[in-house]
Design a binder for this molecule. Structure first.
Ligand code: MLT
Length: 251
């Protein structure tokens, strides 16, 4: 297994794809996706465009769909909900499909959707992601941060570092074998610096500050938790993520 970290979708190569892409948007899209699937959502379908989301979701019965839209951290008007993971309660999402469009996370998913395998990760489910990669042993893995409108996000690269750090320790491979680019080394260093103060890291990050300005303190607290959800969102068709029952051999 060879790991590559890309800080943003814009920095990912466009002339080839990995065997497995891991899309990361700690604040908050991939935390919300993991939470919704853990709470029993049928699937999460991601869109970079709100108009398209409205069009496609129109074909679903209103009782089986939820439209979730976020721009600039705030809920998009006309949607049932925004992008707070705290909104994805079992009462609300169980058995329904979440149609989701966010500023950066859903765009990152779209960027790598043609990869052989696509999964999403956040701090809340890094362990599930690591277990999947250790079992599947894809030859090339891209850890893709969503960033913010083309700029690097501290929290996404820290999460990429958490995954790379675990894989480095558990894969049995040498550093030379597993490290695909310098960004992996940077991401691991970032994670080891912040690992015991992840909430503080979110408070210092630029998107964390933006969300705090929108009173999303509880969201930051929730997103800073590690390995609280035993769930792995896996793309089953382009843009649609679902979660098989969690048993490593079911992946
Ligand atoms: C994004 O896609 O940029 C984020 O998930 C924004 C957010 O809702 O915090």
């Amino acid at each position: 297994m060879k790991l590559f970290v890309y800080h943003t979708p814009e920095l990912t190569p466009t002339d080839h794809l990995p065997d497995c892409a891991v899309v990361i948007d700690v604040l908050r899209a991939t935390t919300t996706i993991a939470t919704a699937l853990h709470a029993g959502a049928e699937a999460v379908q991601a869109f970079d465009d709100i108009e398209k989301l409205m069009q496609v979701s129109e074909n679903w019965s209103a009782s089986l769909r939820l439209r979730a839209g976020e721009r600039g951290g705030a809920k998009v008007s006309g949607c049932d909900m925004g992008n707070s993971p705290l909104e994805s309660t079992p009462e609300k999402v169980k058995g329904r499909r979440l149609f989701l469009s966010t500023t950066n996370g859903t765009r990152a998913l779209q960027r790598v959707e043609k990869s052989q395998a696509v999964v999403s990760a956040a701090l809340v489910n890094t362990r599930s992601c690591v277990r999947y990669l250790l079992e599947k042993q894809p030859e090339t893995v891209w850890l893709v941060g969503s960033g913010w409108q083309g700029s690097y996000s501290l929290e996404d690269t820290t999460c990429a570092g958490a995954i790379a750090h675990s894989l480095g320790r558990e894969s049995g491979q040498s550093e030379e074998e597993i490290i695909g680019n310098d960004e992996v080394i940077g991401a691991v260093a970032l994670y080891t610096h912040w690992q015991d103060k992840l909430l503080e890291m979110l408070h210092q990050s630029s998107h964390g500050k933006r969300l705090l300005g929108l009173n999303a303190h509880e969201d930051l607290r929730y997103c800073a938790q590690t390995d609280t959800l035993d769930v792995l969102p896996i793309q089953k068709e382009p843009g649609v993520l679902a979660s098989p029952a969690f048993k490593p051999s079911n992946f």
